[in-house]
Design a protein around this ligand. Structure first.
Ligand SMILES: Nc1ncnc2c1ncn2[C@@H]1O[C@H](COP(=O)(O)OP(=O)(O)OP(=O)(O)O)[C@@H](O)[C@H]1O
Length: 250
């Protein structure tokens, strides 16, 4: 079988006596959406932070396309191919949608764009930014508008475009459906469905209907441990999952 794009092994992080992640293993392959679910306080944010590089693990390893991410900064991880969106928007509100995505294009290879003259640099940055905005379904009429004037759903698309513009090997999406409403959630799910073939996705999402529709596999985190990983039907039927998680929310 092909080497996983993302491999997490034995990841541990404790806060005092509390093991927030207690030996987590995960593997994500090309073409796949892996959803990470778990009740409040299960350790999802702690796990994501260790993958993203904002929190150092006490033990364990994270590799991206075979490369060990230990000790790498958030920016270095982005350059290594980790694309992400956040629970809370990271966009610069006064700037246009295109300018926001351009920043992500430039961050991908600062030296390459730095040597170009300003006009050439703008063109070289705009083309991939516009392609990414079109890819997420945001039309040219919206590109020059300040992000502050866009709808919540459009902002989520701009965030996704910014992540895609850096040509990631993996997308880490933290609650992409949050606040979108039923129509917005369905539209975002369509988009993620279409992106799956281009870039594998680790999806942390509370909207269970979206998770069960989109995920190829679901990993269930409870009290810092993965208690089950499998196809949606297997997870739905898993007695331990029902008891620990789905039963609580159903
Ligand atoms: N910086 C911290 N210091 C102390 N305890 C923490 C810290 N961060 C998280 N925890 C604890 O670790 C456990 C896991 O928290 P975490 O936020 O990772 O869970 P979660 O699954 O993301 O929850 P939610 O779905 O509510 O966001 C919780 O008991 C939390 O209180």
């Amino acid at each position: 079988m092909a080497e996983p794009v993302l491999a997490v092994s034995g990841l541990r992080k404790s806060f005092g006596a509390l093991a927030a992640t207690d030996g987590v293993d995960l593997a994500l392959r090309d073409g796949e959406i892996l959803a990470l679910i778990g009740p409040n306080g299960a350790g999802k944010s702690t796990l994501i932070a260790q993958i993203a590089g904002t929190l150092a693990p006490d033990a364990g390893r994270v590799t991206l396309a075979g490369r060990d991410l230990a000790g790498m900064s958030v920016a270095a991880r982005a350059r290594a191919g980790l694309g992400r969106t956040f629970q809370v928007s990271s966009l610069a509100m006064p700037l246009s949608a295109r300018a926001n995505v351009r920043i992500a294009v430039q961050a991908r290879a600062p030296r390459r764009f730095g040597v170009l003259r300003p006009v050439a640099r703008d063109a070289a940055l705009n083309a991939p930014a516009e392609a990414a905005l079109a890819r997420v379904g945001l039309g040219p009429a919206r590109w020059a508008l300040p992000v502050a004037s866009l709808s919540h759903g459009e902002r989520r698309r701009v965030e996704l475009a910014a992540a895609l513009a850096a040509r990631p090997r993996l997308l880490l999406l933290d609650e992409p459906m949050a606040g979108l409403g039923a129509d917005g959630t369905a539209a975002m799910a369509d988009l993620l469905e279409a992106l799956r073939a281009e870039v594998p996705i680790l999806l942390v999402e509370h909207d269970m209907s979206a998770v069960f529709r989109l995920a190829d596999r679901i990993a269930v985190l409870v009290a810092g441990r993965i208690i089950a990983t499998g196809a949606p039907d297997a997870i739905r039927a898993d007695a331990a999952v029902q008891q620990a998680y789905l039963g609580v929310d159903a």
